[in-house]
Design a protein around this ligand. Structure first.
Ligand SMILES: Cc1cc2nc3c(=O)[nH]c(=O)nc-3n(C[C@H](O)[C@H](O)[C@H](O)COP(=O)(O)OP(=O)(O)OC[C@H]3O[C@@H](n4cnc5c(N)ncnc54)[C@H](O)[C@@H]3O)c2cc1C
Length: 427
């Protein structure tokens, strides 16, 4: 049976292990030592390594990488199922070696890097001995890559990069910057002279690249291949975000249901008020629809390719942003004043929801992509009327059924009577 929504028992057992591991070990560490994965203190690092070893022993490390790229090769569907658990805990993706922006950078290194580049950068990134950032957006142009200006000039055995990038997440603390130039994708160690990090914004950095010289072998993939690499990188990244967004939506949903059963107002628990029930019912259906859409898209990628699933990846991208906005708002609202504080995850989740409609491409651009690609399968109708115009369809149906009616006079007589009756009711 092809339409099977169950999970293989072996993998289900792994998911249950992941759930337990996150609840019992990852979440407590988040409260006691926030940002532990990036902590340089040997004691913290040692403990993080121990936890990561447990993940590796389960064969769940760097699950995003396909087998041909050196990963375990579980594929996107299984990654989706895993992400909808780990996406609930902010530090869990790093604990599983599957956190953005490193994942996308590792994916293009694995797919396009030479053996030498992989040894130099992919292995330390996979082991979290290094961290990376992705420099694509520019101050004067985000949604339209044709406005980008950063370029590299070949000078003997080196490339000289000049330009400005904006919103390079975690650029300030990255060891490596993956810089999208108009004529290629380059790997630039952050400490290279000429890399200037502006004071603002603090987390998503504005970086000036001024006469930054890197050896010739820091070009990743072919010269002029940056757009292809960027598509590959962002395609995977968008669906991974969507998978983790399901986890965030479920967290908000769990919180709204628990609270709805715990508070009373106007003589009944708030879960008994119909407008609260509507929020719960709408949120439930939205999350179920998003989950199915994300998992089906992941399944499509596994069975075709990221390129072939592009329409659905784009549609998933703006759908997840919409569902997160809706569900986090509903949950925040049901928690009332408490929801507006920073004492639960909801306020930050709701505040961050609009960024999901901007990061990795704004909703409008993805919607335009979807509409353009979907419309390729349609043609304008001939003449004045659309294909579903009843009079034309009726006329065509009479022609199609003529041989049947000719062979069956009783059927023809019934059809004739029906035609007269319908004509009489139309006026
Ligand atoms: C949290 C976060 C993290 C990010 N991390 C990174 C990162 O690590 N590296 C990186 O390079 N970039 C990063 N970005 C930047 C992101 O890729 C850009 O924000 C995005 O591409 C949009 O560019 P922009 O912000 O310049 O918006 P603009 O291009 O200026 O668009 C602004 C608005 O104009 C409208 N608009 C634009 N184009 C169209 C169109 N074609 N049709 C209709 N309306 C349109 C939309 O309303 C859009 O929201 C991040 C962004 C966020 C929010």
């Amino acid at each position: 049976m092809a339409w099977d929504f169950s999970t293989e028992p072996d993998f289900q057992a792994k998911l249950e292990w992941v759930d337990r591991f996150c609840r019992e070990k990852v979440e407590p560490l988040e409260y006691v030592l926030p940002y532990a994965v990036r902590n340089r203190d040997p004691a913290v690092r040692g403990y993080v390594r121990e936890l990561q070893q447990e993940v590796k022993d389960q064969g769940l490390w760097a699950l995003f990488l396909d087998e041909n790229l050196g990963g375990p090769g579980f594929g996107q569907l299984k990654l989706g199922l895993l992400n909808e658990i780990i996406g609930r805990y902010p530090s869990a993706p790093q604990m599983f070696g599957a956190a953005a922006p490193d994942t996308g950078n590792m994916e293009i290194l694995a797919a396009y890097g030479t053996e030498e580049q992989k040894a130099r950068w992919l292995t330390p990134l996979l082991n979290q001995d290094m961290f990376s950032a992705y420099s694509m957006t520019e101050p004067q142009g985000g949604s339209d890559p044709n406005l980008f200006k950063t370029h590299a000039l070949r000078d003997g055995d080196e490339w000289v990069i000049n330009g400005e990038k904006w919103f390079t997440s975690a650029g300030r603390v990255a060891d490596l910057l993956f810089v999208m130039c108009i004529n290629g994708m380059f790997v630039v160690p952050r400490k290279t002279p000429g890399v200037e990090i502006m004071p603002e914004p603090r987390n998503h950095n504005h970086i000036v690249y001024r006469d930054v010289r890197v050896p010739a072998d820091h070009l990743l993939g072919p010269e002029n291949g940056a757009k292809v690499l960027a598509q590959r990188r962002l395609g995977g990244g968008r669906i991974h975000h969507a998978m983790r967004t399901i986890a965030q939506c479920k967290l908000a949903f769990d919180m709204m249901c628990e609270r709805a059963l715990s508070r009373e107002s106007h003589g009944k628990i708030i879960a008994d008020h119909q407008m609260v029930q509507e929020k719960i019912a709408d949120s439930y259906a939205s999350i179920r629809m998003l989950r199915l859409f994300v998992l089906e898209t992941a399944w499509k990628i596994d069975n075709t390719s990221t390129a072939e699933a592009r329409t659905d990846i784009a549609a998933v991208k703006y759908t997840m942003a919409k569902v997160l906005r809706e569900v986090s708002f509903n949950a925040l609202h049901i928690l009332g004043s408490l929801g507006t504080t920073d004492l639960t995850p909801l306020q930050a989740m709701y505040a961050a929801a609009p960024t999901m409609g901007i990061a990795d491409g704004v909703d409008e651009v993805h919607k335009a992509t979807v509409a353009r690609r979907v419309l390729k399968d349609y043609r304008p109708h001939d003449g004045y009327w659309p294909t579903e115009y009843f009079p034309a369809k009726r006329e065509a149906a009479w022609k199609t059924m003529q041989p049947v009616l000719a062979a069956r006079p009783d059927l023809a007589q019934a059809a004739d009577s029906m035609q007269k009756y319908m004509a009489s009711t139309r006026h």
